[in-house]
Write a protein that binds this ligand. Structure first.
Ligand code: SME
Length: 153
């Protein structure tokens, strides 16, 4: 189980003053992946064209490269702007199975400080119902602090 306070402090220290979103995504993916045995795949999909997500920094097995906004759990998070907590991926219409071992997942939209949608954070687990509302609340806060914070002087 993640020590979320320690993780948030590490991410803040590692990304302090960094303005490059890819560098921040890579750091967050690495820190999250190694923080919790429930997390079997952690990564970002980035908005690279209207209604299109493309793979960004990730840890774990292969992720599919392109996800349109109308496909999968990632597409639903990007389209609705709402966190998707999926206890059973087989019950989610249009779920994209990049790894057949995945049983549950959480996907959050990620915005910059101007409210521009950068992409989504996708965490997959081989355990069913691995994620809770408190995971969602922490991760939403981490995304806000990491990608929406004003540049420090
Ligand atoms: N689970 C995602 C697809 C991406 S991969 O699993 C890495 C989805 O259905 O959106």
């Amino acid at each position: 189980m993640t020590d979320y306070d320690a993780l948030a402090a590490r991410v803040a220290a590692l990304t302090e003053g960094e303005e490059d979103n890819i560098a921040k995504m890579a750091t967050v993916a690495c820190e999250l992946f190694h923080s919790d045995a429930r997390f079997d795949w952690v990564g970002f999909y980035r908005v690279t064209a209207p209604n299109l997500l493309k793979i960004g920094p990730y840890q774990g097995g292969h992720g599919c490269l392109v996800i349109p906004f109308d496909k999968g759990v990632c597409g639903a998070a990007a389209r609705t702007g709402e966190t998707q907590l999926v206890d059973d991926v087989d019950a989610f219409p249009g779920h994209i199975a990049c790894a057949s071992s995945t049983k549950s997942e959480i996907v959050l939209p990620v915005w910059d400080r101007d409210g521009v949608l950068l992409g989504v954070l996708d965490i997959d687990s081989d355990q069913p119902s691995a994620f809770t509302k408190s995971d969602a609340a922490f991760l939403e806060n981490l995304m806000m602090k990491t990608f929406c914070s004003a540049k420090r002087a």
